[in-house]
Design a protein around this ligand. Structure first.
Ligand SMILES: [Zn+2]
Length: 301
């Protein structure tokens, strides 16, 4: 009997590894990253032609998946300027799956990157085509498994220019801010040799800690808590990506991302350098967390 059990586990393990336990389609996930990180998208700098091509692709994927739109389409335009760049028509893409409750989880990932410099394309495969790929995988999962709460999917622009898309989203949210009970932000999910995906934000949102503790490791990725204490100074990631705009509005958040690596903000952040065993499991861990929070969201407030 014991032997049969061991055999059954040995047979099942590679299957689970392949399909991330049925939570996502690995081939589709990798394809989405490959398309968004292609040279033809020119590094997706906010306001550029390549950025607009990325928008077209994401909108087409939102449509295929069957996300609903708050307006006639998924587009939320906004304007920003900083020292380097003025963009009159920056663009967030926002879709949703209605739940039985109007209380909502907002899943965010920025699709812009830093563009092309001296003829070299900064492809931003990890930063942050990987987060957008995982956002699309999460949307696909919840479209097929009706959530209790409304889940809003926001592919944000202008993160690399100072979290501009996230600021625009919370300044002009599609639902009242008090209905947003949680932000789950993904930024850089696909490169880590140690199999570690950081969940950053438990220090600021201690009520989320017991739920993070329930997320079981997957074969090639596990959650590690940290990078969220003020005394860590530049290693405190609280203000390092789009979740910061939600934090400033006192909305609980959890940020998922990897430790910095040699390809960070380099032309070598290309599709060929992402870790194709770690990344699907990392994306699946985030979906596991959203599933768990969807069942427990009312307990947060
Ligand atoms: Zn990023």
């Amino acid at each position: 009997m014991k032997n049969i059990l061991v055999l059954a586990i040995l047979v099942a393990l590679p299957l689970l590894g392949c399909s991330q336990g049925g939570v996502l389609n690995k081939q589709q996930l990798l394809h989405d990253v490959k398309v968004l990180a292609a040279d033809s998208m020119g590094g997706r700098l906010s306001g550029s032609e390549g950025n607009r091509m990325a928008q077209d692709y994401i909108q087409q994927r939102f449509k295929e998946i069957g996300l609903q739109a708050y307006n006639k389409d998924y587009v939320q335009h906004f304007r920003f300027e900083n020292k380097r760049l003025t963009v009159d028509k920056a663009t967030n893409l926002v879709g949703f799956i209605p739940g039985k409750s109007t209380k909502a989880i907002v899943i965010t990932a920025h699709y812009d990157h830093v563009g092309t410099r001296n003829g070299e394309v900064y492809n931003g495969a990890d930063d942050n085509a990987s987060g957008v790929g995982a956002l699309l995988a999460a949307a696909t999962y919840f479209k097929q498994h009706q959530p209790k709460h409304t889940i809003i999917f926001a592919a944000l622009d202008g993160e690399e220019q100072g979290l501009q898309g996230a600021k625009a989203f919370v300044a002009n949210p599609p639902v009242p801010l008090q209905n947003i009970l949680l932000n789950v932000n993904m930024d850089m999910l696909s490169i880590n040799d140690k199999g570690e995906l950081y969940a950053s934000g438990a220090y600021n949102n201690p009520q989320l800690k017991p739920y993070l503790a329930q997320i079981q490791p997957r074969p090639h990725a596990r959650l590690v808590l940290g990078h969220d204490r003020p005394e860590q100074q530049h290693d405190d990631w609280t203000n390092q990506s789009d979740h910061y705009a939600f934090f400033k509005q006192h909305i609980p958040y959890m940020y998922f991302g990897v430790e910095d690596h040699p390809h960070y903000h380099q032309p070598s952040d290309e599709y060929r350098n992402i870790n194709t065993s770690f990344y699907p499991d990392a994306a699946a861990l985030v979906i596991d967390f959203v599933k768990l929070m969807d069942r427990n969201l009312e307990k947060l407030k």
